[in-house]
Design a protein around this ligand. Structure first.
Ligand code: ASP
Length: 434
């Protein structure tokens, strides 16, 4: 598996580095927030304002643009490869359809839980945004999410020209690009082997390299993250004051609560309804893998452990666990989908961007798809969350607010991602026995 080999190499270099980076990010968050809040009363002082608006805001912008730079190649390559690998195992038709069904079920449940909790608890609503910021946001929202009618939005998911969709992916056409990637992945997996004796086509190898290189570029950009976090957090707290911080704690609480509901209600119900296993016993048996996922913040890095545990402790047939867990470590990320839905709505609330029912449905749909396209590495969801934000007109600068707490949330959501893979492997296994 070329892509897994390349990914493992990238992760081995990146995980150790990111562990330490985690502390730097927290420090950057704390110092940036403390300085920003401390200097908020001087928000009208000319020179402090100048530094905030010209120096620090620029540092933040360059960071965000650097992540954006890699989004289109990464999403395209990741989705084509994910679907291609799924299609490769066409002998396992029943296993594939069951896996897809449970994946869609679990992912949809997770995003709906997240979005509902956000609508009920509204942690972002308590933040007061100054008038001038509101007006520039209104402009941004107008530009980006020029609300199309429901039918038209659906029709436009099918791109007239995939190159056009790629060029304008960050200006509202990302879903169209994703659609093309999915169709291309299916078609590539159905092509007769062009060169006999060759395991895979040159095009697939090219995409694997593009994907691995994209992840590496994300790593490079993340090396600069602590400075960007400092800059972004300072500029926001300097502008908005301490209310923002209180609301951030509330936001972390909502994400953790939603993840717990996914684990202890949704997964438990799925296990109870479709298998003969006791959910509690199942969760107990998975403890070690949970700890590993929490510590590494990477579904891909946890994969070897999950494979071992599925066969030994859980007694899942290897043919099934290997397929479901390998594909799931990239394509089934319920915790990430939930986190993305919550975060986009939270930042919309913070910036006072009203998201109506249609926009919220767009967030739900895109978060589910983004869960498929997210790399199972630390911070893998960050580039994708920016797309969802942009598609519904939420200012992407807002991401700077949550980056400082993101590592902790990444640990939590990765645990749920991996747990979901194991649950789905058990569901597919027990179902295929019956
Ligand atoms: N770290 C997550 C995973 O590997 C992906 C993400 O949500 O950033 O599952």
């Amino acid at each position: 598996m070329g892509v897994n080999y390349l990914l493992t190499k990238v992760q081995v270099c990146s995980i150790g580095f990111l562990m330490k980076a985690h502390y730097k990010l927290l420090l950057a968050l704390v110092v940036g927030a403390a300085l920003g809040v401390g200097l908020h009363p001087f928000a009208d002082t000319e020179w402090i304002r100048w530094i905030s608006e010209n120096v620090l805001a620029t540092i933040g912008q360059v960071f965000l643009r650097s992540i954006f730079m890699i989004v289109v190649p990464m999403v395209f390559a990741g989705l084509v490869l994910g679907v291609y690998e799924l299609g490769q195992h066409s002998g396992l038709g029943r296993v594939i359809s069951k896996t897809l069904l449970y994946t869609v079920l679990a992912s949809s449940a997770s995003v709906i839980i997240g979005v509902s909790l956000m609508n009920i608890m509204q942690p972002g609503k308590t933040v007061h945004i100054p008038q001038e910021v509101n007006s520039s946001i209104a402009e941004l929202q107008n530009n980006v999410s020029q609300a199309k009618s429901g039918i038209q939005a659906l029709v436009e998911i099918v791109p007239k020209n995939p190159l056009h969709a790629a060029v304008y992916a960050l200006d509202g056409e990302m879903l169209a690009l994703m659609f093309f990637a999915l169709v291309l992945g299916v078609a590539l997996s159905r092509l007769p082997k062009i060169q006999e004796g060759k395991e895979k086509s040159t095009f697939i190898s090219l995409l694997e390299e593009l994907y691995a290189a994209s992840l590496l570029i994300v790593d490079y950009v993340m090396a600069y993250a602590p400075y960007a976090v400092f800059a972004l957090v300072f500029t926001s707290t300097f502008k908005f004051g301490y209310e923002l911080l209180i609301s951030l704690l509330y936001y972390v609480g909502v994400v953790v609560l939603a993840l717990c509901i996914q684990q202890f209600v949704v997964y438990a119900l799925l296990l109870k309804a479709f298998t003969k296993r006791s959910p509690w016993e199942f969760f107990r048996a998975c403890r070690e893998v949970y700890i590993y996922a929490f510590a590494t913040s990477s579904s891909n890095a946890t994969l070897p452990k999950s494979l071992e545990l599925a066969e030994t402790e859980l007694g899942i047939r290897p043919a099934i666990s290997r397929f479901v867990l390998t594909v799931g470590s990239t394509a089934n990320q319920n915790g990430t989908a939930l986190f993305e839905g919550i975060t986009v709505l939270f930042l919309a609330q913070v910036y006072g961007v009203e998201l109506g029912f249609a926009s919220q449905m767009k967030v739900v749909l895109m978060s589910i798809i983004a869960g498929v396209g997210t790399a199972g590495v630390p911070g893998g969801s960050l580039p994708l969350i920016m797309i969802v934000m942009q598609q519904v007109g939420v200012p992407v600068e807002g991401l700077g607010l949550i980056l400082g707490v993101d590592r902790f949330l990444d640990m939590c959501r990765t645990t749920i991602n991996v747990s979901g893979d194991l649950v789905i492997a058990a569901l597919v296994d027990d179902d295929s026995v019956a």
